[in-house]
Design a protein around this ligand. Structure first.
Ligand SMILES: [Zn+2]
Length: 159
């Protein structure tokens, strides 16, 4: 089964990276981190946090909830640690999930979008996806390509 995540607010950027890879990653930005543990337990989510105190919670030490502790401020290094720890497929289902909303994108017919996307985009892009929640439209533009390259860099380190 594909791993699902809940990402603590102190490492929120990782939620966006995980979504970009196609993983279900909830962002937790409330004060009560006991609630974060409860959600993880109820929904079978892996917790990612920078809070070493949180790791001492019984639910974690007893192994009922899986949690990964990351450190530092470099989100790319943090992401690499998560990938290594879980042996995560960093090219799982890239760009199938809204980076903002964490919901699955749906594909859209190009013909329906002429009035919606910029003309220069419409002229060259064939494939479009849309978020059913925020209605943002995604296409394989330059931003997408840059992100793709980034995701590839999360692969096994070259010797
Ligand atoms: Zn969205």
């Amino acid at each position: 089964m594909e791993p699902k995540f809940i990402v603590d607010s102190n490492v929120g950027k990782l939620a966006r990276w995980l979504r970009m890879m196609g993983y279900d990653a909830l962002f937790f930005d409330e004060e009560d981190d006991g609630k974060m543990a409860k959600i993880a337990l109820a929904q079978g989510r892996i917790i990612i946090t920078k809070d070493s105190e949180f790791m001492k919670r019984r639910v974690i030490t007893a192994g009922r909830v899986k949690a990964i502790l990351v450190s530092g401020d470099n989100s790319e290094l943090q992401m690499r640690k998560v990938i290594d720890k879980l042996n995560l497929d960093h090219e799982y289902r890239p760009f199938t999930r809204c980076i903002e909303c964490n919901v699955d994108l749906i594909s859209r017919e190009r013909g329906d979008l002429e009035q919606v996307v910029p003309a220069r985009v419409f002229a060259i892009q064939e494939q479009y996806m849309q978020c059913p929640s925020c209605h943002r439209i995604y296409w394989r533009g330059t931003h997408w390509q840059a992100m793709s390259r980034k995701l590839k860099e999360f692969g096994p380190a070259k010797a």
